[in-house]
Design a protein around this ligand. Sequence first.
Ligand code: T68
Length: 842
Amino acid sequence: FKYDEAKVGTEKLWELMNSYIGSDKRSIQRSIVNHVEYTLARSRFSFDDFGAYQASAFSIRDRLIESWNDTNEYFTTNDSKRVYYLSLEFLLGRLMQNALVNIDVEEPYKDALMDIGYKLENLYEEEVDPALGNGGLGRLAACFLDSMATLEIPNWGYGIRYDYGIFKQGIVDGYQVESPDYWLSHGNPWEIERQDVTYHVRFYGHVKKYNDGGVERGVWEGGDVVVAQAYDTPIPGFNTFNCNNLRLWRSRPCNEFDFKQFNAGDYHGAIGERQKAEYITSVLYPNDSSEGGKELRLKQQYFFCSATIRDIIRRYKKTHSTWNFFHEKNQIQLNDTHPAIASIELLRILIDEEKLPWDQAWGIMYKTFAYTNHTVLPEALEKWSTKLIGNLLPRHLDLIYLINFFFLEKVKQRYPGDNSRVSRMSLIEEGDDKKVRMAFLSIVCSHTVNGVAALHSELLKKTIFKDFDEMFPGKLQNKTNGVTPRRWIHCCNPGLSKLISDTIMEEHTTWLTNLTSLRELSAYSQDEDFIKRFVQVKSDNKLRLQKWVKEHTGIDIPTNALYDVMVKRIHEYKRQFMNILYVIHRYLQIKETPQHERASKFVPRVVMIGGKAAPGYANAKAIIKLINSVAQKINNDRDVGELLKVVFLPNYCVSAAQIIIPAAELSQHISTAGTEASGTSNMKFIMNGSIIIGTMDGANVEIAEEIGAENMFIFGALVPEVDTFRKQLHDGRRDYIGSRLRKVFDAIRSGTFGDVSTIHGMLYSIENGGDYYCVCLDYYPYLTAQEKVDETYRDYPKWCKMSIEGIAKSGKFSSDRTIQEYCMDIWKVSAVSIPKPTTNPQ
Ligand code: T68
């Protein structure tokens, strides 16, 4: 097979298109200016930074489209096995720099733009940050797309093109205020609208059943029908010609079904109906750790799953006339249970439309799907009321009941007489309002299930999925998360990237795809020249953050202080509360210490905390208010001066993370043991030379294994100790506050930080046995760890050594490693490398 000969009328086509934009300065400039004129219809002689950004984005997109087309054509011709990553969230972050770096034209674009008067770095800032996700789960999906493209895995991501991404967080009087993130208001140059890729999606209606030679089939009729329309975003791999795709669906009204109402003369009513259809994909739900059970959310889930499954089937049918190879050619990964209904949709189509027998349909579905769990917190486990599902998706509820029936028969066979096990394992939770347990459904409908860090996967086996692990040993695996070093080292920390390349004498193109080679840096952890450069990089990054903080908060922070950072969604289990309690303690201590002794006792610190609270989560919002009030007080206390500064970093998002993480020296990952499934920012922080203060939770455990516990500040109760403490609370233990913490509580209550009464409820609850997240249990060990932090920072060479060791041994946490494990153990898929494109024979 020769690639270019297989093209249709190759020569003719080459003649028509001036294909494959060159990477020389002139070609780049011509392509940009052409877009200014023809795409933006602006004057080619005068365009501002935003115009230059847009035109450059279109120019880069042209290149991506070339390899996107080549890649897809190659996969189709080769009938390659494909992986589909289904996620309700993709937190991509800005795309321009990532694209330029991945296709290796950042320098040429920088030069070309400079030559016509534009600074590439400024154009980067013009891009809106596409924020179609809540936090770790959505960002993980984005890192996985980057790794799959880089590793040349034939992959498409599928999700929703929300009009509104995660809300923008503002701070007014210390309180979080939310405003809409209408990210599309200036267009989106990275996406390609597919007018021709649409599917009908049905809701409500009724099912007629009939017997087809012993197989019960259904015909689903009536209800509402909306259209799913595809929008594609090319996902270039790093240092490869492969370019994958992210297909996001948008809901539109369905013309054919409107006619009746229009004809009946109800013009306004009919237009209103059409708007309802558009509403489905309008907004991302902002809850990252609880489930509201709202119908619109279920509609979103089914809407995107249905369109996706049809799209996958259509692609498969282009090259196959039987169903025999479906699971061998397609693997579908569910990013949590949010897309779980996709498996039922496939089953429904196979049975009701393709008329397959149950066993065959079931086998195809089972061998195609795999499911990733991201939490053990019970409140985050999805459960949909059977009433709601039955109304919205009547046929799917039928099938779920049928699956449950067959499944429970197996359970009974395997454990005769064990009724309590049967009800524990049932896919349906009994009660007044019966509910479908989506995690159990996903386990039963998938060939493999995985947790996201070793500790988390073990906990799954011991707790929420215990019965399933017993019945299906080996089905539950671990795949420790990772992050892409392209964005999280090279793009966000160019200084460090260069230092690494210079030191290990490798091009960045080599180590960025083989991150364990960072180990070579270990040899330099006490090398004077290296440390000098390393410190310079860090202080440049601190300066960059200092500017950002000034611009976004108005607060002046010193750079000659320890930068102590905690950025993540605000949640009680993550314990930002414990962090701020310690800050208060430190403040009180400083105040108690005579001026002349302070310098020798305290290392100057800037404590920065950032993250969004779910709009309905009162305690999380109260924590934000407390942080801001404490900051206000401390920052304006001249007696404390620059010894302690506190900043709430507003509107934490991917682009902010790219400024914040490289500047951090200490980062906090202090969740109660057993609550944070993995965490992924912990990995980004160590790769950027920040030291972790953290608990033995999530991936911190494996980070400690890799880099050595001596290179972290580990403290706090382990999972069994947490269990014991909770039991004691339950049995009435109340003696756990201690005098130093009591003082902090008193200061809060006495109004030292102004009116922070919204936090009083939490204080009361913690004092009265409601300390579910064990703040009090871990508080004193945390103080001790913080003291160790100060002590170590005073010995700066030692601090640098720890920090460098962290970077050197962070290689395991590249998402390339994670994806390789998914490929080998779950998807059984291998790389397909497209050949280097031939240039225009002209
Ligand atoms: C996170 N989960 C985990 N959920 O909390 C984190 N949830 O430990 C882990 O590292 C990360 O997933 C990746 O595995 C989330 O981010 C959500 O965002 C979410 C969104 C909607 C509903 C439930």
